[in-house]
Write a protein that binds this ligand. Structure first.
Ligand SMILES: NC(=O)c1ccc[n+]([C@@H]2O[C@H](COP(=O)([O-])OP(=O)(O)OC[C@H]3O[C@@H](n4cnc5c(N)ncnc54)[C@H](OP(=O)(O)O)[C@@H]3O)[C@@H](O)[C@H]2O)c1
Length: 288
């Protein structure tokens, strides 16, 4: 069976409310349909994006065009309780990995998304208070009930996912972390190798650094883009894909022109000096 991660990049839905042209369910359904036809079939959500609004809009689009459901996959995440959502007297942002909370959030995501199954359900952030056995049973039960296909984590360090995995009779399939030319700590700390060793697919959030590239990097991207006849975005994504294990970028744009620029990543191969020249430009200094 093909992996659902076998796509050029996943489409992040966090910024959906920034695109007024996609506000109507039929417009969003058309947009989703175009992405699926182009081979971009994996959509990344979280319960907190737009305080539930992003999942709700996506679900309304799927209601308008239910045939799409068979051809796309959805990731969603839970455990972050925002300060606004916290009903305690403290109104404190926190994480909740208890069984009751995770089961409730998965149910609510399914209902908002208008789906029968979440393809990959992630624990959004590591929770120091995680009751590992209880969290693991909740994830297993969601899979056993058919509400979730696979499980994974996000923003976890190796020992954090290993502790959850040690309690879990279900393989954690991925870890979604911040990774781009401008955020590269994990490439020099051994974390990359931990993903490879443990067989977790690495998903890279904010892969274009939100377009906030330092000037030297911007120039280097432009130079290589011109040489290779592609857009700068394609070079930035190709840089990620050259890393062992081929981290899967989760791009945040819904803008058709920018998505077309990103799609050129499939035409780009970077050699070793090109890869290091980009990293040097992003770091502002040479590798030691
Ligand atoms: N797991 C987590 O903790 C976590 C955290 C944050 C995000 N995420 C996921 O990751 C996804 C992507 O995050 P992201 O949106 O920060 O990623 P991104 O792809 O790095 O950034 C997209 C944003 O950058 C802008 N942009 C990109 N290239 C640009 C350029 N060359 N010039 C100017 N602006 C440019 C886009 O604007 P345009 O609209 O003009 O294209 C868009 O607003 C989210 O949707 C979410 O699914 C996960």
């Amino acid at each position: 069976m093909d992996s659902i991660f076998d796509v050029p990049f996943a489409l992040g839905m966090m910024r959906l409310p920034d695109y007024p042209a996609l506000a109507e369910p039929s417009a969003l359904a058309d947009w989703i349909s175009r992405q699926v036809e182009a081979g971009f079939t994996l959509f990344d959500h979280a319960d907190i994006y737009g305080a539930g609004e992003c999942e709700t809009r996506f679900g309304e689009a799927l209601k308008a065009a239910p045939a799409l459901k068979a051809n796309l996959q959805v990731i969603t995440k839970a455990d972050i309780v925002t300060a606004q959502a916290d009903r305690s007297p403290f109104s404190v942002k926190h994480y909740d990995t208890t069984r009751a909370y995770l089961m409730q959030q998965a149910e609510q995501s399914l209902s908002r998304l208008n789906l029968e199954r979440i393809d990959v359900f992630l624990i959004h952030r590591p929770d120091p208070l995680m009751p590992a056995e209880e969290t693991a049973r909740a994830l297993e039960d969601l899979v056993a009930q058919g509400k979730v296909g696979q499980v994974g984590v996000s923003n976890f360090l190796p020992e954090q996912w290993r502790w959850l995995q040690a309690n879990l009779n279900q393989k954690l399939v991925c870890n979604q972390v911040q990774l781009s030319l401008t955020v590269t700590d994990m490439l020099v700390s051994g974390q990359l190798e931990a993903h490879l060793h443990d067989g977790l697919k690495l998903l890279a959030w904010s892969p274009l650094a939100g377009g906030q590239w330092p000037e030297a990097l911007s120039q280097r991207l432009a130079q290589l883009a011109e040489e290779k006849g592609v857009a700068r975005e394609a070079i930035a994504l190709a840089w990620l894909k050259a890393i062992p294990g081929m981290p899967l970028p989760v791009v945040g744009t819904c803008n058709p022109e920018r998505l077309a620029a990103c799609a050129q990543v499939t035409d780009v191969q970077l050699n070793r000096p090109e890869w290091y020249a980009l990293w040097e430009a992003a770091r502002g200094h040479r590798v030691p």
